[in-house]
Write a protein that binds this ligand. Sequence first.
Ligand code: SF4
Ligand code: SF4
Length: 94
Amino acid sequence: MTHEEWETKCKCCARCCYEKIDFEGEVYFTDTPCEKLDLETLRCTVYADRDIRRPGCVRLTPELVTKGFLPGDCPYVENISDYVAPVPFDETNR
Ligand code: SF4
Ligand code: SF4
């Protein structure tokens, strides 16, 4: 798969651009967006150089997408049969 083919799999829902919590091996989504996410367009404002402009933002790779940080209907993981997706974090999780 070319880099362009890999990139075009993303449907730009931006759900992976919200803070996540890894608590005892379980990953939770929060409702806190990355400060570089444009909430109107749902696009990253620093995408081309996000590694530099937003340290901690990781580029997706085939290996990394298996780690449980993407929603279950994300095209990068929807065909992984044993994929465990994050769950929304709310008061009931505390
Ligand atoms: S969750 Fe998947 S489809 Fe949505 S923005 Fe992230 S990588 Fe793209
Ligand atoms: S830097 Fe951009 S791609 Fe990375 S999490 Fe923030 S908004 Fe998303």
